[in-house]
Design a protein around this ligand. Structure first.
Ligand code: SF4
Length: 261
């Protein structure tokens, strides 16, 4: 099988995740992203280039080239947990479709090995790229960050038209599409904006779940380790009450709204 020889670049594989799709999952983090979200908690994912990052006083090399065969054999080690929990492999990043051939080959090799698949994707790529991978994706977790294109561009570096158009097309074509919203202070943490995203999501017609992902600062030290300033400055975390209130606004659209997930 040719696609087992396909090569790509990853920076981590994490086992036993319960937040990135159904059941217990192994997350494969691919290098490279076309966005530059200010709140990104994986800044080492953004550049495709292999980088050095200082963490805990040690210099780590972020990025290594692997074949699909190597990744799938690593992921398959936890097959017993997937079977019991309904879990599987999730591609994350970065943006997995930044490396479209590698991502598609990985997803199809996992499917061929009987492993459930998921992607976490911003989907800011031509739809044709996504369409080729869709037959091998069991769960599609898609971020929608803001409905206003200029605000989206100001905070992520790219406009949102392609993302929203892809969401409309995915709502017809993707299996189990879930929309996720990183809730970011000073960006989209208002009742108006969360309502607008929830209304868009409900209007897609086939999406039942909306996940609100509260802002956190867990990636802050990584910026320092990469020699970068933290773009969010001293932005504060939301209180539980604020997030609960935003959840209630989103629920008015009839969606099932989950905090985290
Ligand atoms: S899309 Fe995700 S990986 Fe890319 S910059 Fe934004 S938060 Fe980071």
């Amino acid at each position: 099988m040719e696609y087992l020889k396909e090569k790509g670049r990853i920076f981590d594989i994490q086992r036993f995740s319960v937040h990135d799709g159904p059941g217990i999952r192994t997350i494969v983090f691919l290098k490279g992203c076309m966005l530059r979200c200010r709140w990104c908690c994986n800044p080492e994912s953004q550049e495709f280039a292999v980088q050095s990052m200082v963490q805990g006083g040690r210099t780590k090399i972020m990025g290594r080239d692997v074949t699909v065969r190597e990744v799938v054999s690593e992921v398959a080690k936890d097959r017993i947990y997937y079977r019991r929990s309904g879990g599987g492999m999730t591609l994350s990043g970065g943006e997995c479709f930044y490396q479209p051939h590698f991502a598609t080959a990985l997803l199809c090799a996992a499917k061929a090995a009987g492993i459930n698949t998921a992607v976490e994707s911003t989907s800011c790529v031509p739809y044709k790229t996504i369409e080729e991978a869709l037959p091998c994706i069991d769960n599609y977790l898609m971020d929608i960050k803001h409905m206003n294109s200029s605000k989206h561009k100001e905070f992520t570096g790219v406009a949102n038209e392609l993302i929203l158009e892809n969401a409309r097309r995915l709502s017809k074509d993707a299996a189990n599409l879930i929309i996720r919203v990183p809730v970011i202070p000073g960006f989209n943490d208002t009742a108006e904006e969360i309502t607008a995203i929830a209304e868009f999501t409900a209007g897609l017609g086939t999406v039942r779940e909306l996940h609100l992902l509260p802002y956190h600062r867990l990636g802050k030290d990584k910026y320092k380790g990469l020699g970068r300033d933290y773009p969010m400055g001293d932005a504060q975390l939301h209180t539980k009450d604020t997030i609960e209130e935003l959840k209630r606004f989103a629920e008015k659209t009839g969606l099932e709204v989950i905090i985290g997930g």
